[in-house]
Design a binder for this molecule. Structure first.
Ligand code: GLP
Length: 263
């Protein structure tokens, strides 16, 4: 894991956006794995700005979202389909047939999970997967206790996650209990992963993910088993890392040829 400590979430998001821009500029057939929630909003904003100023061709990219709420149709304002249309797909002029989000209102949910997993296998592998992290260490919606070799499936949200996500709904009660999420094996099959975390509320989860044992009790810790993960954090989210000074030193002393991926 490469931990990249930034001062602010703006700085961190710009760095992740440059990383994503390099991916699509170097391979116009890139497959991107995308996340939702509050964390990647600035990254998407920055990426959209960079794409329009550099005139990058996105016609042939494919995107897969991590998850969706069961029971929410794409026109529901709190659905992840709605979020992605608003913050990413529409501003970039991407077509429907390039962008995939699990269908939360599918009649047969297990079948939909299988279809989604097969689609990733068919069109993938995902070149670059963007991740956030929950306060309980979830990635996608893989809550603590998730199988570390899981594929796309239905999960039940913990009370903590339901509360955290209630800000996007009219009331606590309207947050769906069930979700469809890419599994942990699905996420690990991406070639490269960038995880963003901002604010002190994420500091515990980040420290355990990076420096704790690999455990299903903190699903993000499994990223220690992936060969290409960048963890880009602001000061708050980095505040409980024991080896923070070392991560700073590593980044500050990167050889020039390694810096190219961030330019
Ligand atoms: C949500 C999403 C995750 C996200 C996480 C953190 O439940 N399913 O993909 O990373 O929780 O959310 P936020 O970025 O709003 O803190």
């Amino acid at each position: 894991m490469e931990v990249i400590p930034c001062q602010t979430k703006q700085e961190a998001s710009r760095m992740a956006a440059r990383f994503m821009l390099n991916q699509v500029a170097n391979n116009k057939y890139s497959v991107l794995g995308l996340a939702t929630g509050g964390t990647p909003l600035l990254l998407y904003e920055e990426f959209i700005k960079m794409v329009s100023s550099k005139d990058v061709d996105l016609e042939s990219i494919t995107t897969f979202n991590l998850d969706e709420y069961v029971g929410l149709a794409p026109n529901h304002k709190a659905s992840y389909s709605f979020y992605m249309n608003k913050h990413f797909f529409e501003p970039l002029g991407l077509n429907e047939d390039q962008c995939f989000v699990p269908n939360g209102v599918a009649h047969d949910i297990p079948k939909e999970c299988e279809r989604y997993e097969d689609l990733i296998l068919e069109k993938g592998p995902i070149d670059l997967q963007v991740l956030g992290i929950g306060r309980d260490g979830h990635i996608g919606f893989n809550e603590p206790g998730s199988s570390l070799v899981s594929s796309t499936r239905i999960k039940t949200l913990t009370e903590e996650t339901q509360k955290d996500n209630a800000q996007f709904f009219d009331s606590n009660e309207s947050v769906p209990k069930h979700v469809i999420t890419m599994g942990i094996r699905t996420i690990l099959s991406a070639k490269r992963i960038v995880l963003l975390a901002f604010g002190e509320a994420k500091a515990d989860a980040v420290a355990k993910m990076v420096e704790g044992p690999v455990s299903a009790s903190l699903p993000a810790s499994v990223l220690q088993m992936h060969s290409s993960v960048k963890v880009i954090v602001d000061e708050g989210a980095a505040s409980k890392l024991n080896k923070l000074d070392y991560y700073k030193e590593v980044f500050a002393n990167k050889p020039t040829w390694q810096r190219k991926e961030f330019l």
